[in-house]
Design a protein around this ligand. Sequence first.
Ligand code: PLP
Length: 361
Amino acid sequence: MVKQVFNFNAGPSALPKPALERAQKELLNFNDTQMSVMELSHRSQSYEEVHEQAQNLLRELLQIPNDYQILFLQGGASLQFTMLPMNLLTKGTIGNYVLTGSWSEKALKEAKLLGETHIAASTKANSYQSIPDFSEFQLNENDAYLHITSNNTIYGTQYQNFPEINHAPLIADMSSDILSRPLKVNQFGMIYAGAQKNLGPSGVTVVIVKKDLLNTKVEQVPTMLQYATHIKSDSLYNTPPTFSIYMLRNVLDWIKDLGGAEAIAKQNEEKAKIIYDTIDESNGFYVGHAEKGSRSLMNVTFNLRNEELNQQFLAKAKEQGFVGLNGHRSVGGCRASIYNAVPIDACIALRELMIQFKENA
Ligand SMILES: Cc1ncc(COP(=O)(O)O)c(C=O)c1O
């Protein structure tokens, strides 16, 4: 008998079964080409259709206005930490960062190498248990941008809404919650996300950028690192990660079939509630890391009373087919990553495991 596995990996993570089955069906003969999509030229019409479909689906699902361009880049969200200041942090301006966890710290670190930076707000002092109050943000007149991390994958916190700022573009790293809920894209100058959590496999980074944001002079920036290069060539300046973009297309089609961003948001709320309720009803046996008002619907982080119990729980989970429940190596504890493709049944199974473990402890 095949053992059932519940995939709670933090990224790369679970993919929707229908998107994988479609890839399996089309693997050896994509669209009557008698070739796999991986074997097509990126300049062929057959591939370009996939590229365009992925862009169109994303535009439709997130209602991305026409003055924003969708880019498919490589180098992960981590390269965006560098590309952003390279392209936007010009002399005399400030890269302003809100620190809500390790990924925002890493983004700031890259900007520091390239220009002047500032910390608009930080919740480091409370171990990144919360998202700071927008009224506490320290903004500067000459901010090149304000950078936020919409969902903090490691600490399990998430912006419930976004600051409305007018003095500079708002830039968001949405790697771990993009398309998990509807979005007002026009609140942002740029959004970027590695695809490997909510959108598809690793290898492609989605960037949604307002075109007029890039009017700054960037002659000193190497060609491949200029957004303008990829905008001009529709992300086909060099060979794109064709199979990752194909899988992205399949995942976006699956989200559309489910009913789009609103429908997926509803499912994500239900899934998260199952686990948070289990934590809250455990009389302190399980303790959530995030403050209630900042809880992430994507990464549920929690601890048991002590490290020994954490380890016993994780061992029991592993034995029963739960994968990826350990917290990030930098913080320990437990983390259930419940991105779009994680089925509700996996969350129900986790609740049962948590209740059973508590009863037997
Ligand atoms: C919020 C966030 N930003 C950035 C990254 C880094 O992404 P990549 O591995 O694609 O560079 C991650 C990865 O987990 C993340 O969760």
